[in-house]
Design a protein around this ligand. Structure first.
Ligand SMILES: Cc1ncc(COP(=O)(O)O)c(C=O)c1O
Length: 443
């Protein structure tokens, strides 16, 4: 079935007992065993079923199936946040002494996790000098366990060449992990281009209403762990943390997802609450529609900002004349993405005046809400980074990121227009052309 249909139906058929059409919220911690033998078979992973919600929950299972279906994966694990998903995706296959190789432009908290937290755990994250395959390849050695990228970088808006990165990773016998939060599976399905593991912050566009934290790790089922059995012994040898199970033997193509659940989640407990799973499912139902409107409105805002005299520069995802354009054609069907960055003329101070003057846009650190959102990354999400680190992650000090919501486009543009009018030298009346607004609004 197509995305619009999968978003609404995948993973659930009316509950056989109650006939409930909406997915029930199984607000339970534990599940009753029929007998001691039944309990033993569940613990031995011989019989499918639920034991304890830190391992699995029927409401969350529906979300897991839905996300796996949308991404084209064999199985997914849903966890408490996007950061937990990224952490699990890595520590499921990398241990102290190993390294992963990452593209440089990443979401701020991911960068901090990699640069500081994982390094202290003995996992060396190597940031390539650029997204180029030569720069990635130069950092891979026998201790590398994965290559990592964001399909669309946040907030840089850079588009990863997933196919080339996957080829490079596979030539070196390691999987490619892709954070697909910004693109969403509606715009891009990384597994189709060779990605092995896809991670998500469901908190963003999938939930879509700024109400619920969640994350997902999707296993494509395609990586040949057994071909690289020594390197991935955690999947191909008896697992001491789960009474000796050999994941590739017991779970076949879903070995990676099964270990992520029964070792990472079971032992460290980043669990998605069943109510959160339910709320994220509500969001998922309208994902395709919302993404369409986000993109349409974003393109109109870009047209407006491009022509505004108070705007110094405006970068949108995959725009003509940028290196991202060809990649957007290949990976995003020629479309842009759901946010943009721009700088107000006059630098940091004028940018602040613009930011403070916004009325409809919310000033916050979030993306992927139905509401229009504005953020100043250098003072918020990326504030812990040094100027050199900011440069490396592609964040300019004056940069403002707008995540365009699904409100009426004329209201969005009127708000930007009045906030831009609050900037610049008050003695110099702005040379704004009112027709720009109309032109943008008509697309
Ligand atoms: C690309 C990307 N990955 C991961 C995350 C982290 O997600 P969460 O806030 O759900 O932990 C974010 C958050 O903004 C993000 O933008």
């Amino acid at each position: 079935m197509r995305d619009e249909t999968l978003s609404i139906h995948a993973g659930y058929e009316a509950d056989p007992v109650t006939k409930a059409v909406a997915v029930p919220i199984y607000q339970t911690v534990a599940y009753e065993f029929d007998s001691a033998d039944h309990g033993a078979a569940l613990f031995n992973l011989e019989t499918p079923g639920n034991i304890y919600t830190r391992l699995s929950n029927p409401t969350t299972a529906v979300l897991e199936k839905r996300i796996a279906a949308l991404e084209g994966g064999v199985e997914a694990l849903c966890v408490g946040s996007g950061m937990a998903a990224i952490h699990y995706a890595i520590v499921n296959i990398a241990e102290a002494g190993h390294n992963i190789v990452s593209t440089p432009q990443l979401y701020g908290a991911t960068w901090t996790l990699f640069e500081h937290f994982l390094r202290k755990q003995g996992i060396d994250v190597r940031f390539a000098a650029s997204d180029s395959i030569a720069d990635i390849q130069a950092l891979i050695d026998e201790n590398t366990r994965a290559v990592y990228c964001e399909s669309i970088g946040n907030p840089g808006g850079n588009i990863a060449d997933i196919e080339a990165l996957a080829d490079c990773a596979h030539k070196n016998g390691v999987p490619l992990i892709v954070d697909n939060t910004i693109a969403t599976p509606i715009l891009l399905k990384p597994i189709r281009f060779g990605a092995d593991i896809v991670v998500h912050s469901l908190t963003k566009f999938v939930g879509g209403h700024g109400t619920t934290m969640g994350g997902a790790v999707v296993d494509s089922g395609n990586f040949p762990w057994e071909r690289h059995a020594q390197r991935f012994s955690m999947l191909t040898q008896p697992e001491p943390a789960y009474h000796g199970v050999v994941y590739t033997q017991q779970y076949g193509r879903a070995a990676y997802a099964a270990r992520c659940r029964t070792v990472c989640q079971r032992n460290t407990g980043s669990v998605l609450a069943p109510l959160s799973a339910f709320l994220l499912l509500q969001g998922a139902e309208t994902l395709a529609l919302r993404v369409e409107r986000h993109l349409e409105n974003t393109a109109k805002v870009v047209a407006f900002l491009d022509n505004h005299p108070q705007v110094a520069w405006c970068d949108s995802i995959g725009r003509k004349g940028t290196p991202g354009h060809a990649l957007a054609k290949k990976y995003l069907g020629g479309q842009g993405g759901p946010f943009l960055t721009f700088g107000v003329k006059g630098g940091f101070e004028e940018g602040k005046r613009f930011y403070d003057a916004l009325k409809l846009f919310k000033r916050l650190v979030n993306i992927g809400d139905a509401k229009s959102l504005a953020c100043h990354p250098a003072s918020t999400t990326h504030r812990q980074l040094t100027p050199e680190e900011l440069e490396r992650t592609g964040v300019k000090p004056e940069m403002i990121r707008l995540c365009i919501g699904i409100e009426h486009i004329d209201d969005i543009i009127e708000d930007l227009d009045q906030a831009l009018a609050a900037t610049g030298d008050a003695s110099q009346p702005m040379a704004r052309a009112p027709q720009l607004r109309l032109a943008a609004s008509r697309g």
